[in-house]
Write a new protein. Structure first.
Length: 318
């Protein structure tokens, strides 16, 4: 599998909550960092989980290093508002005078989309941040909120431009939309599981991303795929075999466990065919990892699976 879309500078990792989206975002970011690219992975959801995967206690609004060439931050509305306002006002005393006023805070709280605009604006800033005439980040990976909120967030520039066609806010929204639709810089990576509800939401998200958001698409990442080493005929033969009722109880339990594993893998393959029939890209399949604590070793395992599945990552720009 050779999918150059994962080599773009701005990746948006999206999907239903609980499918392993943050784990996949972390693995993609680690893959980038291991190739020598200065990489940042930003969480836009209400909770931050990525630092813990790397043994770091927590991250805040400022990037925190979690591995060689790899940084993370948690983007939240209040510090994003502070950063944006300080660019305009320059002085902390003026910020406090304006934005610490109860009336102003209540007004901002009721403006539809204000928090989402602040989150997206900061994510956009990471892509265009410069130092000494060069981009600060070679790769920016966004761990987007879960499906419904994520689509609303990414659609916000379009919504703004539908009601405002000129002025600073319209100009900023136009630049955001240009980045999200840029086939050279951007790709959305959808993460899913082979279960009924995630598959249904994945098909809805894919339709929204391609038709409403008009975002370039990366590969579909199918997480926690159960192994199936038998072909369909062998599987059907095994599951259809009538066993003796005189087997030892321990052996019966072991065979029933194997039966359950084969049924689950067969069921997953049926859902995978459904996805492949609707989405025109080769899926990137990631295996079910051993149960237990998901930690840095687990992220590394996923990273190595991705590296093995893809062509070599391009080296960092000199």
């Amino acid at each position: 599998m050779n999918d150059a879309s994962l080599d773009k500078r701005f990746l948006v990792v999206a999907g239903k909550g609980g499918v392993g989206k943050s784990s996949v975002a972390s693995a993609l970011a680690l893959r980038s960092a291991r190739a020598g690219r200065r990489t940042v992975v930003a969480e836009l959801g209400a909770r931050s989980s990525i630092p813990g995967l790397f043994g770091v206690e927590h991250s805040g609004y400022e990037p925190v290093q979690i591995a060689d060439n790899l940084f993370t931050l948690h983007i939240e509305p209040d510090p994003a508002l502070h950063e944006y306002a300080m660019r305009k006002l320059k002085f902390e005393s003026l910020f406090n005078l304006v934005f610490e006023n109860d009336g102003v805070r209540r007004f901002l709280d009721v403006i539809p989309g204000m928090n989402e605009l602040l989150l997206l604006g900061k994510a956009f800033d990471l892509e265009r941040e410069m130092a000494n005439g060069a981009p600060v980040w070679d790769s920016v990976i966004i761990d987007a909120p879960a499906t419904g909120h994520g689509v609303s967030l990414l659609r916000l520039p379009q919504v703004i431009l539908e009601v405002i066609d000129h002025g600073p806010m319209a100009d900023e929204a136009r630049r955001m939309r240009a980045l999200l639709e840029d086939e050279q810089r951007t790709a959305m990576v959808i993460v899913t599981l082979l279960e009924e509800m995630p598959v249904r939401e994945t098909l809805e998200l894919y339709q929204a991303a391609t038709q409403t958001l008009r975002m370039p698409m990366g590969p579909l990442v199918v997480n926690r795929v159960w192994p199936l080493d038998l072909d369909p005929e062998e599987t059907a033969s095994w599951l259809g075999y009538e066993r003796s009722t005189e087997l030892e109880p321990a052996l019966t339990r072991q065979l029933e466990t194997l039966d359950g594993s084969l049924r689950r893998a067969t069921w997953q393959r049926e859902l995978l065919r459904k996805l492949q029939g609707a989405i025109s890209s080769d899926p990137l399949l990631l295996p079910e990892l051993p149960r237990g604590t998901f930690d840095q070793a687990s992220v590394l395992s996923l990273t190595e699976k991705i590296e093995h599945a893809l062509a070599p990552y391009p080296s960092a720009p000199s």
